[in-house]
Design a protein around this ligand. Sequence first.
Ligand SMILES: NC(=O)c1ccc[n+]([C@@H]2O[C@H](COP(=O)([O-])OP(=O)(O)OC[C@H]3O[C@@H](n4cnc5c(N)ncnc54)[C@H](OP(=O)(O)O)[C@@H]3O)[C@@H](O)[C@H]2O)c1
Length: 425
Amino acid sequence: MSDDGSKPPSDAGADAAPSSGADGAPASSGPAGGGAAEEAPVGAAPASGTGATPGDKQPSAGGAGAEEGAAGASAGAASEDQPAASATKSSAAAGDKKVKSSEKPKSGEKAPSRTGASKSSVKSTGSGRKRGAGATLENARIGFLGAGKLVEAIVKGLVQHAKVTPGRIYVSSKSGRSLDGFKQNGCVVTKRNYDLFAKLDCDVVFVAVHGHVIRELFKLGGTRPVALTTNYIPNQRHPLYLLSLVGGIPLTDLKQTLLNPDHPDKYKLEAHRVMLNASVAYGLGLGALDIEPDSKKCATVVRDVLTSVAKLEYFPETTMDAVCALGGNGLAFVHYFISALSDGGFKMGMPKVVAVKMATKTLQSAAACLLESGKHPSDLRDACTSPSGPAIYGLHLLESKDTASGLAAAVEGAFKRVRELVESK
Ligand SMILES: NC(=O)c1ccc[n+]([C@@H]2O[C@H](COP(=O)([O-])OP(=O)(O)OC[C@H]3O[C@@H](n4cnc5c(N)ncnc54)[C@H](OP(=O)(O)O)[C@@H]3O)[C@@H](O)[C@H]2O)c1
């Protein structure tokens, strides 16, 4: 995954301020007259499960923080300014006339209904969504705010290994640059982050932008940060599960860029800091969650979505940046290590493919023994080293090349770089 931080500061939610008229949503001047405090786009009027709180406007910062507003959404019908596909009519707000039938997911999938609850306990919201029944891995609308490498991996894992149909996956990114691939695969895409919470009415939303995007919103906002979603997210009538993958940003800071501070009690929100490494693409990821996954405080749908693509461990939120450096970025270091190890075999005459496979299986067998025995790696290293034998000669060469320090420094470097990127942009 790219954490090169190459994104320009303008990524920080500073989108074009909407002009009026489009989608019928007037672009209001914000308190500062800068146009950032927009009316909620009409197209994104509260969907079935949402109920936007009046006065959800967020502070203006001269257009910063505002997403493509209603104007952008309608300029060029069937463009990506509008959600490219809608799960079904029922998922869209009553006034959401811009979503065309031709924009429905190719899979023709119907909007997931809340199954599993008896009719008596479930009321229709008036737009086909059921209220009162919980979201599950089988029916949840899963949103992604950000469309980068990590999201690509998670979506691939969910679709290929957790049987989540693409029509239930909703992806937003500011520029729309990376949305094409998601759209081609049947996901619903939008350039307005707000849509994920409003008319697309997601149950679970992963936030996967870089930390500097959030930090920039604080810099732009003055007394309180500019919203990542143009307007604060509406207070859904169903629970919303917010999963932050954002490196270097505490959950409390992220929440300030999404939730209306005037109505904090109206949200039915469960928010977590999460780590997922890129192996999720194969359904073999390593994941971390800031709460015991088996705890009653962790919603089943959160646990099920994450464990469908990753083995999940609990880590306190305060340690999550270190966890990302080791378990997230560490994946790249391990691949580097395997590649280097296999080069040794290649140098000694093994065919490259065979050497890579052998190095991989060696690592797999070492890892399995460590997990099985619960011992420290030094113990197992001693157990496979004989007096004056080849292993100790090899190990001493590794020492002389500072290999151990190099690997530790790689983790430290990744950790520091995330913080550096958050502050320096
Ligand atoms: N937890 C982990 O294990 C782990 C591992 C790797 C990364 N991460 C974290 O995950 C996040 C994403 O990493 P990545 O590798 O996927 O990054 P990436 O490939 O650079 O993608 C970043 C995405 O953010 C989008 N974006 C930027 N500003 C936005 C805004 N205002 N609204 C909506 N979308 C916006 C970009 O959209 P455009 O294309 O439109 O610019 C891009 O799609 C980072 O915070 C990183 O630290 C976590």
